[in-house]
Design a protein around this ligand. Sequence first.
Ligand code: AMP
Ligand code: ZN
Ligand code: ZN
Length: 300
Amino acid sequence: MKCLKCNRKAVIRSRIGYLCKDHFKEYYLNEIKKTIKKYNMFDENSRILVAVSGGKDSSALAYALNELGFKFEGLYINLEIKGYSEKCMKNVEELFDLLDKKLNIINVSDYGVKIRRVGPRNVCSVCGIVKRYLMNKFAYENKFDVLVTAHNLTDILSFFFNNLYSNTIEYFVKLDPVSERKDKLVKKVKPLFFITEKENLVFCIINKINFCSYRCPYSKGTTQLEWKKIILSIENVKKDIQYRLVRTLLNLKRNIKLKEEGYHFCKVCGYPTKSKDKICSFCKIKNYFKSFKDIKPVEE
Ligand code: AMP
Ligand code: ZN
Ligand code: ZN
């Protein structure tokens, strides 16, 4: 296939059509730049913290932000998952060396938690709670203006499909490129909101960005992966389906009145929580490990 702009060999069928290597790179960086500007995410003067996992999405994002001339630091949370976390960490370290940017690394065990099943909470749910909490805590305590994550269009759409399917419409609220700073919750932004997973992969390949291609051992067979497969099969037929659906959903959300959920401050750590007993999920997980300190945890 030929690039729609210059007739050279195409490397990807993007949402605007087939593009060659150079025109894809130009399109990719421009889309991110437009999203950052449109949603007022940050500017050259902001103290920016980018949460990087070592995977293709966050590696592509860090590389792209550097190309766009932003100054930032990275945060890698070492989840201490055997045979996986060390490999990802190595990739992040190499990338930040190449970009000549400061990388902060924190270990979950230093915060008294492990990535394991905790009572009724499965391992992915524990991991999500721990990551969100530690990212915010680190960004807040180190006075960053904004926390940047690499959630992409395919993540957003699969999350949304899952909520439509499960009749959990209240999660609509989470579907936003920006969540503003409030009390001890730092501003969070998603510059890849309109970029698909495939586009991130191709951006890594054409720029020779090394990323960790190992999947987390716990991610096998998750519902998110099932939704992603479905999305990709529709995308084969309609190239811009992901973008169009998410754009429509954002519009729809604007017209739906959602009741604002109140929150309290955790009695233990002081960070915001929606929990009625005023103890946040992170502190509950931490407490679980404290009380089972001398008992060998059950492996998944
Ligand atoms: P996930 O919860 O795995 O979908 O990841 C959501 C976002 O969190 C990613 O796009 C990254 O920006 C960030 N992230 C995921 N894992 C890590 C990690 N181990 N350390 C730092 N940031 C991470
Ligand atoms: Zn071209
Ligand atoms: Zn707490």
